[in-house]
Design a protein. Structure first.
Lengths: 427, 171
């Protein structure tokens, strides 16, 4: 029988089988941010194990609270900064060069097809968009990753989701993934890889694929994954051009990771998206999803555009296409956080920042900001936010606040009216 | 190895997530101990009071499906640990939470829906755990005993005191 992409990666990175069904993998890239890493660093120092397995395979960024908002976050950043310098981790992105981890690391070309990637962050599944095995882990796994370059996993099964049809105008990759999570439920993919394929995915940009894979964890998935192809090779080309004669050679090489036609899947789902309409969450779980029409009219206090899900240049362009020449509704606060400095400066060059500002948006520096309710747009109790982020848990954006997840298009249309609004009315 | 078993608390809900176990705003703490007062602060559950004596004294949590979903924060495991809770029993767990628990030498025990229902039915106040025999005994308004399965690797992690000592020795 053939193998899935993930099984191929597991086979090539196998270090040990401590018991049946459990594998220890060699890890290619260990990524770190200032919230979950400092406590790992402190623990390693305390145990007299302050070492790193390979400084060039460790990437670090300050992103969650940036710049520091108080003494405690300043200390977290200091611990990470000093550690990065102490161990000569050259890919460390400090204030000014920093952006949201799952946006900036791909942008730097750190993730390649066939890689194994871990990070102390649940949305690490994003990088599966490059045909990698990329999983969020806790601090202990991160410590062992930093120290030894290994991580243990149960052998995951794969759920294949084949997407056919055409995305209608005003419908976005975010709507597709919200709809898939609704079908899978918040635990439907636990201990599974979610493989996205079919003509819809074949035509998706890397940004759209990252949006899809980013939210695999919201269905419990270990990782999302897409097959690396021409679009992947084009995105990575500036970083891999010395390794291949031409793009075609890279595409051919990437094929070795593709799931075999006779690979085994735990489950296969085929979804035609011709009739899909914009999707919005309504409760405190990301599988509580409705068509935008059912949510239309819900008043919001804040609109947030940003995060590792939808803070990329494509997302800002989409939102700006609706906001151009318009003002956000009275009484609504608009906040946009471009995910990386490159996204910010491109948005500046393309005039998008002006569009946001003229519409009445507050434009912040690249950071996770409001997404996890630690800074830059925390909600007061009873307030409602229309958000392009990935998680609507109770209290996520501030105690007593409510978050409705949606696409950048829907968020922009909602900003204009002050109520959840179908973006197709504004195309 | 840690101590397992003792007074228990029932959290009768599915999908209890990591933000409910420990809200993100406390992730700025740099020690596990500092998390202690904030256990389950934002949990939405009728009749649940994070300040209750039952929670203060609990050593075991019993819940339903998909416990610990959401963020990868190991803080969700540490906040249990520093409050003396070393065992969570549920129908199933989110992968990262489950791995974090075993990585810290704690027990995340999965039982069938029927077994969990039977435990809830007797309103247990105490859970005894025999790790070697892999047996759970719940006592309260009645008694209920059942076997539990453990992934052999997870059991080794518990015995080794967690993944770091295990990995440091083996890799
Ligand atoms: S943007 Fe939000 S979901 Fe993404 S890494 Fe930051 S806090 Fe996590």
């Amino acid at each position: 029988m053939g193998l899935t992409l993930t099984e191929k990666i597991f086979a090539t990175h196998h270090r040990d089988t401590p018991s049946e069904g459990n594998v220890v993998l060699d890890i290619d890239v260990v990524m770190c941010h200032e919230i979950t890493t400092p406590i790992a660093i402190n623990d390693l120092v305390e145990r007299n194990l302050d070492r790193v397995f390979a400084p060039d395979r460790i990437k670090a960024v300050i992103d969650h609270v940036s710049p520091a908002k108080d003494s405690k976050t300043a200390l977290q950043e200091k611990i990470l900064r000093e550690w990065a310098h102490r161990h000569q981790i050259k890919d460390f992105f400090d204030i000014g060069a920093n952006g949201v981890c799952h946006a900036i690391f791909p942008e730097k070309g750190f993730i390649r097809p066939g890689n194994t990637v871990i990070m102390g962050d649940s949305h690490t599944c994003t990088h599966g968009a490059f045909g990698a095995f990329s999983a969020g882990v806790g601090t202990t796994d991160l410590e062992v990753g930093i120290l030894k370059g290994v991580c243990a996993f149960r052998k995951p099964e794969t759920i294949k989701i084949e997407l056919t049809g055409t995305l209608a105008a005003g419908v976005y990759a975010k709507d597709v993934i919200l709809n898939i999570i609704k079908r899978l439920t918040v635990k439907g993919a636990t201990d599974h890889i979610v493989e996205f394929c079919g003509p819809v995915v074949d035509n998706m940009t890397m940004a759209a694929r990252m949006t899809m894979c980013n939210m695999a964890i919201e269905a419990g998935g270990t990782s999302g994954v897409c097959m690396p192809d021409r679009i992947t090779a084009k995105y990575l080309w500036p970083f891999i051009k010395d390794e291949y004669a031409d793009i075609t050679a890279a595409i051919d090489d990437f094929k070795k990771w593709h799931s075999d036609p006779d690979a085994h899947y735990a489950q296969t789902m085929s979804i035609n998206i011709d009739d899909l309409v914009p999707q919005v969450t309504f409760g405190y779980k990301p599988d509580e999803v409705r068509d935008v029409g059912e949510m239309a009219g819900t008043k919001v206090d804040q609109v947030y555009i940003g995060s590792c899900t939808n803070g990329r240049i494509e997302d800002l362009r989409a939102a700006a296409s609706i906001l151009r020449g318009k003002k956000i509704a009275k009484g609504v606060r608009g906040i946009v956080s471009p995910a990386t400095p490159k996204v910010f400066s491109t948005a500046l060059d393309e005039g998008l920042i002006t569009i946001f500002m003229q519409a009445g948006f507050c434009v912040t520096n690249p950071t996770c900001g409001a997404c996890l309710g630690m800074s830059n747009g925390v909600l007061a109790a009873g307030e409602v936010c229309a958000s392009t982020t990935n998680r609507n848990f109770n209290g996520r954006m501030g105690k007593g606040g409510m978050v409705h997840l949606m696409s950048p298009l829907t968020a922009a249309a909602t900003a204009v009216t002050g109520k959840i609004t179908d973006p197709r009315d504004y195309l | 190895m840690k101590d397992f078993g003792g007074p228990c608390i029932l959290l009768d809900r599915n999908d209890i997530n990591t933000d409910e176990i420990i809200p993100a705003k406390y992730l700025t703490e740099n020690t596990k101990m500092a998390l202690k007062p904030f256990l389950l602060e934002d949990l939405q559950l009728e009749g649940f009071d994070p300040q209750s004596e039952i929670l203060q004294e609990a050593k075991v949590i019993i819940s339903r499906q998909n416990f610990g979903c959401g963020s990868s924060r190991e803080h969700a495991v540490w906040v249990l640990e520093v409050n003396g809770i070393n065992v969570v029993i549920a129908e199933n767990f989110a992968r990262i939470f489950r791995q974090n628990a075993f990585n810290c030498g704690m027990l995340a025990i999965e039982l069938s829906q029927m077994e969990i229902a039977a435990i809830f039915a007797i309103q247990p106040t105490n859970i005894a755990i025999d790790l070697e025999q892999q047996k759970i005994s719940a006592s309260g308004a009645g008694e209920y005993t059942c076997d539990f399965e453990l992934n052999p690797f997870d059991k080794e992690l518990v015995k080794a005191g967690g993944w770091l000592p295990y990995a440091d020795k083996n890799y």
